[in-house]
Design a protein around this ligand. Structure first.
Ligand SMILES: NC(=O)c1ccc[n+]([C@@H]2O[C@H](COP(=O)([O-])OP(=O)(O)OC[C@H]3O[C@@H](n4cnc5c(N)ncnc54)[C@H](OP(=O)(O)O)[C@@H]3O)[C@@H](O)[C@H]2O)c1
Length: 261
């Protein structure tokens, strides 16, 4: 058990990748706080699944994009027990071509993905330093932290910003024994892209061809990276990114030709 008696806060832990990470950490004995913004039912279901694995678990509502809500959540959690791990995973995406990006779509994605990551990242860092806890922080970004996704420009910009946020934190927090890294996820079918997959039924096969490992990612793939980055196995890793994307970034457009032959 890598995380016996430890507590992790997972933002956006109620569904999708965040939920998968909650389960992966809990299987290694970690107690979990499942943050959510609006879907209490999903959060409660995740908490029940985690408790069935034999760990302590609780739900905590807060919009990570609102500093006062993050502070309220942190005060409430840490008045009951300590925290050792932060997985900053909450995220949203809008589809719009660059010429059609609206200020509203910009603000929505920036507030949740980038300001939200900063809010929880700084609140947790302050808590770790004050409590003298050598904590671990992992931000769930995307391979779009490096390369843009068509019609997901704002989203790609937010993920690129979170990559630099993690590096800034890693640099300044190293002296406090705090490690900060990112998990750059590839394509995983969750609620965030379900509409897109339904609208473009060929998308699943197309990505299966383009991705060198010929499959979409799973929440378990992301959880494996989170377990590594939150355990002592990664004590000498900070300011870094693990790409969990099946090799999509090394394709360079070549793979589809090979497969089609
Ligand atoms: N799925 C992919 O292909 C993919 C690829 C690369 C990166 N990612 C990244 O992985 C992360 C998780 O995505 P997902 O696919 O698991 O999405 P998802 O299934 O839509 O889940 C999103 C989660 O984020 C929470 N959330 C949304 N806005 C929030 C806010 N303002 N404050 C707190 N929580 C908030 C949701 O809470 P509620 O349940 O309360 O709504 C939910 O738990 C995101 O950062 C996303 O960008 C996903």
């Amino acid at each position: 058990m890598k995380f016996k008696d430890k507590w992790a806060l997972v933002t956006g832990g109620s569904r999708g990748i965040g939920k998968g990470i909650c389960i992966g950490l809990a299987k290694e004995g970690c107690n979990i706080v499942v943050n959510y913004v609006g879907n209490k039912k999903a959060a409660d279901e995740t908490v029940a699944e985690l408790k069935a694995l034999g760990v302590n678990a609780e739900a905590a509502q807060a919009n990570v994009g609102k500093r006062d809500e993050v502070d309220r959540m942190m005060d409430s959690i840490t008045s009951e027990h300590s925290l050792d791990i932060l997985i900053s995973n909450a995220g949203v995406v809008d589809m719009e071509s660059f010429l059609e990006i609206t200020p509203k779509a910009w603000d929505y994605q920036l507030e949740t993905n980038l300001l939200g990551a900063f809010n929880i990242g700084q609140a947790m860092a302050r808590y770790f330093v004050k409590s003298k806890i050598s904590g671990k922080v992992a931000f769930v970004t995307s391979f779009n932290q490096e390369v843009p996704n068509g019609s997901q420009g704002v989203y790609s910009i937010t993920k690129s910003g979170v990559k630099m946020l993690a590096k800034v934190m890693a640099l300044e927090l190293a002296e406090h024994g705090i490690n900060v890294n990112t998990i750059a996820a590839g394509a995983v079918i969750t609620d965030i892209n379900r509409k897109q997959v339904e609208m473009f039924p060929g998308l699943i096969d197309r990505l299966n061809k383009i991705i060198p490992l010929h499959r979409w990612g799973t929440v378990e793939d992301m959880a494996n990276a989170a377990v590594y980055l939150c355990s002592s196995d990664s004590d000498y890793v900070t300011g870094s990114t693990i790409f969990v994307e099946g090799g999509i970034m090394i394709n360079n457009g070549m793979m589809i030709n090979v497969v089609d032959e």
